[in-house]
Design a protein around this ligand. Structure first.
Ligand code: CA
Length: 464
């Protein structure tokens, strides 16, 4: 009888020592990305129609950003910015990979430049177990596959979208669901959002004893609009079919985030996990999303294209239930995560993002200026001022503090500010490479969607 008792004592002592060691352990880091969500659809950003209690809980227990941006208003370049902490145009990743390679490049060059270190590369080198779950969209070729970009594990698909349910025929292409190097048979696919959640929960359980990094990139609420019946049934008051489906998809994603948060609690990891939540670009023209007061949609330089829901939670390090109002950008995620992890960067190039942690409790300003460019449309934000420049059209200038909806073009009234901002933009562009590939949409839509007379959602949706 003595032996088992000793055994128990040893186990207890071991558990105690483990628990005592816990606070000094490197934090786990989770980056949750949602896709094409409308700014005003998240209920902590004023949404009234679709309850997102679990995303809300992140805001209640952390900091919610009210002037947070992504570095591109479409999926792939925005994610390249998140993953590298740099303006993606510095390495030619200006467009989605819908067009043709630029002169001097081939199809094989269409993806996240292999010379760039991802957040996963850096954390992996610093001892983290890393996983990418969900939508990848950083290049279809094997060279760009997540397992070659710093991730120990991958559970997702290569392209920018796919069916949430199973396809009727087997897939061996970029729309296939991969479990690391193995394709998951289509008949095993239930509902993608749930499958990503299950893998995330499983990964946390498997790695609860060591620091991990999880990039959880849901493809909700991107098209195709496909939802489970039981989620559709949660929205009896929404009659319009697309909107109802969108709501159901968003609720399903929020359920998934809830399951991830519950798992962290159950495993005792909640206090030692830094979580980012970010939406990759503004609500799209084709998914029944709502950007609220913000003008424009996915693909534009209006606030509705680039200002996104962004939340950070890290108990004990970030005060709960706070707002942060200064401009920040998704490029800040990488340096913030590396600082939290006390990680040494291996890349020697400069980052554009900054570590946000010191700013959250101080009066400092993380960014004096922020910049955007995709083809013929570019923009700069400097303090309250924002300038949009599209091809040779007259530039647009807005005071975002007074006019968040960008309704009054002040360019004629403040020519000196226009000149200053144009110079800043041109200076920034000197540090960029020409795009390594083009966009299939071309410049026409960009020009049309940035006309002052293109007003209202119906009109905006004419120029995807
Ligand atoms: Ca997107």
């Amino acid at each position: 009888m003595i032996k088992p008792i000793h055994g128990i004592w040893i186990i207890c002592l071991f558990t105690f020592l483990q628990a005592a060691a816990q606070p000094h352990r490197k934090p786990n880091i989770i980056v949750i990305v949602s896709d094409d969500g409308g700014y005003a659809d998240f209920d902590c950003y004023g949404g009234k129609q679709i309850p997102t209690p679990h995303i809300n809980s992140l805001a209640k227990e952390g900091v919610r950003f009210t002037n947070a941006y992504v570095s591109a208003s479409v999926c792939a370049p925005s994610r390249a910015g998140i993953l590298t902490g740099r303006y993606q145009q510095r390495f030619g990743f200006e467009h989605n990979m819908s067009g043709k390679p630029a002169p001097g490049y081939t199809e094989a060059d269409m993806g996240l430049d292999p010379n760039q270190k991802t957040i996963a590369d850096e954390l992996q080198t610093n001892g983290y177990r890393t996983i990418a779950i969900g939508k990848w969209h950083q290049g279809n070729a094997d060279a760009y596959f997540p397992l070659n970009r710093g991730f120990d594990e991958f559970y997702g698909f290569r392209e920018g979208s796919r069916n949430f349910f199973s396809y009727k025929t087997p897939r061996k292409d970029v729309y296939a669901l991969y479990d690391n190097n193995t394709i998951v048979p289509e008949e095993k696919i239930t509902y993608l959002t749930d499958m990503f959640t299950h893998r995330a929960v499983h990964f946390i359980d498997q790695n609860k004893a060591r620091p991990f990094f999880m990039y959880l990139a849901y493809n909700a609420i991107h098209t195709p609009l496909q939802a489970k019946q039981k989620d559709l049934d949660r929205f009896p008051s929404i009659g319009e079919k697309d909107r109802k489906t969108y709501a159901a998809m968003m609720a399903s994603m929020d359920d998934g985030i809830g399951a991830v948060l519950q798992t962290l609690k159950d495993k005792g990891l909640e206090n030692n996990t830094l979580i980012f939540f970010i939406n990759d670009n503004g609500g799209a023209t084709n998914n029944a999303s709502d950007n609220g007061i913000l003008r424009g949609m996915k693909g534009s330089k209006w606030e509705g294209g680039i200002r996104v829901a962004t939340i950070m939670k890290w108990p004990g390090h970030i005060r709960s239930n706070t707002l942060y109002n200064k401009p920040v950008i998704a490029l800040d995620i990488l340096p913030t995560a590396l600082a939290a992890a006390h990680a040494k960067r291996t890349a020697s190039y400069a980052l554009d993002g900054v570590n946000l942690l010191p700013y959250l409790n101080s009066t400092g300003t993380p960014h004096k200026d922020l910049f955007w460019r995709r083809g013929v449309a570019a923009a700069v934000r400097s303090g309250k001022w924002k300038l949009i420049r599209v091809q040779s059209d007259p530039v647009l200038l807005f005071n975002l503090e007074a006019d968040i909806a960008e309704t009054v073009n002040l360019a004629d009234r403040y020519p000196k500010i226009v000149t200053t901002l144009l110079r800043k933009l041109e200076h920034w562009e000197k540090g960029l490479q020409p795009p390594h590939w083009g966009s299939s949409f071309g410049g026409y839509n960009q020009v049309m969607k940035h006309k002052m007379e293109t007003k209202g959602r119906d009109m905006e949706r004419k120029y995807p």
